[in-house]
Design a protein around this ligand. Sequence first.
Ligand SMILES: Nc1ncnc2c1ncn2[C@@H]1O[C@H](COP(=O)(O)OP(=O)(O)O)[C@@H](O)[C@H]1O
Ligand SMILES: [Mg+2]
Length: 386
Amino acid sequence: MSVSAPPVSPLPARDRALWSSLPVPAVLVGPDGRILDINAAAEGFLNASSKAVCGAPVWDMIAVDAPLEEAFSRARDSQTTLFVNDVDVGSGQRAPLKSQLQIAPLVGAEGVMIVMISPRELAGRMTQNQSVKSAAKSAIGMAEMLAHEIKNPLAGITGAAQLLSMNLTSQDIELTDLIVAESRRIVKLLEQVEQFGNLTQPERGAVNLHDVLDRARRSALLGFGAQMKIIEDYDPSLPLAWGDKDQLLQVVLNLVKNASEAAGEGGGTIRLHSFYEHSYRLRRADGQGVPLPLQIEVIDDGPGLPEHIAGDVFEPFVSGRENGTGLGLALVSKIVSEHGGWIAVTSTPGHTAFRISLPRADAQAKNTSPQRPAPQRPDTPPEKES
Ligand SMILES: Nc1ncnc2c1ncn2[C@@H]1O[C@H](COP(=O)(O)OP(=O)(O)O)[C@@H](O)[C@H]1O
Ligand SMILES: [Mg+2]
């Protein structure tokens, strides 16, 4: 970390009393992204003196479990405020806390931003969140067990209905056919639940993401996405990704399937977009920045996420469709986070984009550290906040 001449706080002397009495941790960030000043509450929060952190790049000192740099510079360039809910904020010195960030331009000092950190004071909120998570976990475990147990008798029921149908009139056969068809539907659903619970760790290698996108496109056009137009918009120089190609195919298939279902029978257009973004990094709670430069987007021109579930689509059992299980995006998010990647969504009617960010394969070869634990995704995707 290069720390040059000590930075000068842009705060006039008359504001200093206010600045030091502010009970909320606050940090001033210069146009170069380095810390200019922190108040007393921030010294406490970061467990570091103002002297020690001034001059350091802000995201080196404040470890945020979300790729915020881009949203931050957008807010700075457009002189707007940025609110980010429910991110883990740490300092490398202490455990991360779920917090809300408020970021605003400092009036009268060009390019300077003020970042305020509001940890969720309510300790109960954390445990509540934790217990929601573990409740979801045990619900999934239970669903998985039930799925397994229901499949056996269901096979018996289907078999019995098929036997029965041999001696029936055609009118009654309609009924046994119904039993068979509905049982198959249940089996499918149960298999999805089982798959969600069982997902193995990714077996990672160098993956050509365009092969993955291509396979997804072809199988979509042959089946569930036959009514869609699927456009390929690839960056031909995209390097290989570090991932499990079967699991990544599952991810893209799920996204394309959702987009096709949202479009309905009338069809619509899906754009598969790949590009490279050098500066895209995921800040982990331990302060480490992990580069995720490979970007895939699945963009559709359908109606957009239903408003009432838009914030929760990655949670299991959240569905906006009549026959949905709500497991598709939960599985997608699980796979992406086990890849050390990131998924975000932006949605308005006519434009819904799911974006997946992944690491490069060759970066992995250099970095021989053992596999990192899956990051906790903040409840709100940061990109949506600006
Ligand atoms: N591309 C999209 N456009 C509109 N809504 C979507 C899209 N993708 C997902 N959704 C919404 O998110 C919900 C959750 O998706 P998912 O987790 O795959 O579960 P399921 O498809 O079983 O409902 C869907 O039911 C749908 O309402
Ligand atoms: Mg789905």
